[in-house]
Ligand binder design. Structure first.
Ligand SMILES: *[C@@H]1O[C@H](CO)[C@@H](O)[C@H](O)[C@H]1NC(C)=O
Ligand SMILES: *[C@@H]1O[C@H](CO)[C@@H](O)[C@H](O)[C@H]1NC(C)=O
Length: 474
């Protein structure tokens, strides 16, 4: 009896305490929102302030193409809405917009505003040599606070993957909140890498070997994953750029119903306009591979598959050639290029093998229009834009049977085939042989289907999917 009373009293006290702290806090937040809303430039009735968090909007990568294509789609569909971008870039608006036009061929719609952030440096990972993830997370919350104070939007969309900014705008700003995720900040792969002691890029080598440190690092990652999982729940709409990202985001954020896969817009127009049957009505017996000379691309598997094909079917491959095209940056890449040449020698295929380093875009287009088969050998690639580009150009792909090529890109059902998938040298050789043996009509149909299937990675489907996914916010 006495115990129950005691518990009741304690409960009553803590409710009082909570009220004393909470009520003023709620009042302050309410006041803050009111003041910030009153400060905004007025819009027509029903129009909304939409703001994108993209602190590096003046870069020229895939993430920026997503941003500006999304903005163009929104502005067209909702002409009354005021669209703003939070950015730390300091160039003049006109300069930044001109670069968007030049890089992506996109006109930035009139009325788009850039809201400048002074605190962007807080996002720079080099300020956090230790506990980088946590440091950046706290930094991004501070940057988000600055953004919120400069402009309180009705709809907030993070397009750079700063998950910790989401609750700031949802709870403090009372906004509707969405995000576009290219890559989860922490994934189960990273947790696994630490727990098995593998030295990865973000896992300093000395950490991997010492048990106690590894345990601490794992605990830290787990804690961070919990926090990251929590903040992700603040988003009402989550867009992901691929099935790979989707699986990881759903695993950590849950709430599958609000997650939509929206493939980023790829620039495929010029490739899709190349003549499907090659420049002279016939493609050359050429196997093409395009990619950086990096170990994970597994170029040696390409050489082995090719040499196997030549060895097993000499009569059907009399003038077949293998051309590897790729960017070579720095000494490490050059070492790999030399190793590939040595391997080609050892396999006795150097007569049939060509390495072209750092070719220009026009030369690449020429190769795309001439080559018969395209090789891709990277395991577990998250997407595989290179595979899409070859398909768009009319090159018949033999891609690695994993990751994006398997889940998102290549269809190997016989009636609707758009390419081939393989994982061992023997399978690659068999698939290449199948292409060499296929008759012209079959290949023409396959090519046409493959090209058409790339439409889903274009600008129009991106815009449609983006608008559909964002509807609950707008
Ligand atoms: C999604 O983003 C990641 C990280 O930038 C990238 O590796 C992947 O290729 C992207 N997927 C698509 C479909 O572009
Ligand atoms: C390359 O492919 C072969 C055959 O599948 C595999 O054994 C090897 O581990 C791969 N190498 C890399 C770096 O992925």
């Amino acid at each position: 009896m006495g115990l129950l009373c005691c518990i009741k009293r304690e409960l009553r006290n803590s409710i009082w305490l909570a009220c004393i702290i909470l009520l003023p806090a709620i009042f302050v937040v309410w006041l803050l929102r009111k003041v910030l809303r009153a400060r905004r430039p007025p819009l027509e009735a029903g129009a909304k302030h939409v703001a994108f968090f993209h602190p590096y909007c003046d870069d020229g990568g895939g993430g920026e193409r997503v941003l500006w294509t999304a903005i163009a789609a929104l502005a067209e569909r909702y002409p009354g809405h005021q669209i703003s971008v939070y950015t730390g870039d300091t160039a003049a608006d006109a300069e930044i917009f001109a670069r968007v036009q030049q890089r992506f061929g996109l006109r930035v719609p009139d009325g788009v505003r850039l809201v400048r952030l002074r605190s962007r440096w807080l996002l720079d990972p080099s300020y956090y040599p230790l506990l980088t993830l946590l440091g950046q997370a706290v930094g991004s919350v501070l940057v988000a606070l600055e953004a919120l104070l400069r402009l309180l939007p009705d709809v907030y969309i993070d397009s750079m993957g700063y998950g910790f900014t989401l609750p700031v705008f949802r709870l403090l700003g009372g906004c509707r909140v969405g995000c576009y995720v290219h890559y989860p900040t922490i994934s189960s792969d990273m947790l696994e890498a630490v727990s098995v002691g593998r030295a990865a890029f973000n896992n300093r080598a000395q950490f991997a070997s010492v048990d106690a440190l590894r345990w601490m690092k794992l605990a830290y990652y787990r804690l961070f994953a919990q926090l990251y999982g929590l903040v992700g729940r603040a988003a009402q709409v989550v867009m992901v750029n691929s099935s790979w990202t989707r699986a990881h985001v759903v695993a950590i954020w849950g709430g599958e119903g609000r997650v939509s896969t929206v493939f980023p817009p790829c620039d495929l127009e010029r490739l899709q306009r190349l003549p499907a049957d090659g420049p002279n009505g016939q493609r050359r017996p050429c196997v093409l591979s395009v990619g950086q000379f990096r170990p994970e691309k597994n170029h040696s598997l390409q050489l082995e598959s090719f040499s196997r094909l030549l060895r097993d079917h000499p009569e059907e491959t009399t003038d077949l050639r293998l051309v590897l095209v790729g960017g070579c940056r720095g000494a490490a890449d050059q070492t790999r290029v030399n190793a590939l040449k040595a391997l080609a020698n050892a396999l006795g295929i150097s007569e049939r093998f060509e390495l072209r380093v750092n070719v220009g875009y026009d030369e690449l287009l020429e190769l795309f229009s001439e080559a018969l088969v395209g090789l891709h050998t990277m395991r577990d690639e998250h997407f595989g834009i290179g595979v899409v580009e070859m398909m768009a150009a009319g090159v018949v792909v033999v891609a690695h049977c994993s990751g994006g090529p398997l889940t998102d890109i290549v269809d190997t059902t016989e009636e609707s085939r758009t390419g081939y998938l393989a994982s061992s040298a023997r399978q690659y050789a068999e698939c290449m042989l199948a292409v060499l043996r296929a008759d012209t009509g079959y290949l023409a149909d396959l090519r046409a289907r493959a090209r058409k299937s790339c439409d889903r990675f274009g600008e129009k489907p991106f815009s449609d999917d983006f608008l559909r996914a964002c509807r609950p916010l707008l």
